[in-house]
Design a protein around this ligand. Structure first.
Ligand SMILES: *Cc1c(COP(=O)(O)O)cnc(C)c1O
Length: 211
């Protein structure tokens, strides 16, 4: 990862590695913790709570990212557990998250997920709706998004999607870009990613297939 940053002409400290621990064996996670890795990504609130809640005390500098779609009824638990929620993607969830932030007295960093490939089965706000949504977040909901996240369509060249995300972020004055996974993190870093979400390249294949 550091090598990919340097190759892209960027400083390694500009790019955070999110180790995606979803559906990975405990021993791999323990090994990563022992090596000093502190930033982890999970896509399910319940699974993340079971795994990470018990470790919080021993590792107070853990940073947990929610990278999967968030259901409204899990918002409060998500706000209590996660340091970054990367998957805000609809007005209704913005309302629920704003209420949860108030109730929990805790404000995770928030990224807006953009469905750059406009895939019907995928979460994320559509690119054409992104600017208005981003303007509404502080104005209507009192939420200050720090940046954007995307998952390019499988089997497509991701570069166009990373470029689109970068463009939407720039015109909205946002600096945080979570993009790039095991297959394409080098490309994402070249396009300005600050966070790359890498699972299988670190830990090996997951236990069960999941979107
Ligand atoms: C599972 C997942 C990843 C990690 O995928 P790998 O291909 O294993 O690196 C990254 N981002 C999101 C949103 C995921 O759901």
């Amino acid at each position: 990862m550091a090598a990919a940053a340097i190759a892209a002409g960027r400083a390694p400290e500009e790019v955070t590695l999110i180790a995606v621990s979803k559906q990975q064996q405990e021993e791999g996670i323990v090994a990563a913790l022992r090596l000093g890795q502190r930033v982890y990504g999970e896509n399910l609130v319940q699974e993340a709570m079971a795994r990470w809640q018990p470790k919080r005390e021993a590792f107070p500098d853990l940073r947990l990212h929610l990278i999967g779609p968030l259901q409204s009824n899990k918002a409060l638990e998500a706000v209590r557990l996660f340091d970054v929620i990367e998957s805000l993607d609809r007005p209704k969830l913005a309302r629920v998250l704003a209420d949860a932030v108030e109730k929990a007295g805790r404000t995770p960093k928030i990224l807006v997920q953009v469905n750059t490939g406009e895939e019907p089965q995928k979460a994320g706000i559509l690119p054409i709706e992104a600017d208005a949504f981003l303007q509404d977040l502080p104005r209507i909901y009192g939420l200050a998004p720090a940046g954007l996240m995307c998952i390019p369509p499988q089997g497509e060249n991701p570069a166009a999607h990373f470029a689109l995300l970068t463009k939407i972020a720039a015109r909205n004055g946002l600096t945080q870009l979570s993009m790039g996974m095991s297959e394409d993190f080098e490309v994402a870093i070249r396009f300005g990613a600050n966070c790359v979400r890498v699972g299988s390249a670190l830990f090996g294949p997951r236990e069960a297939a999941q979107a």
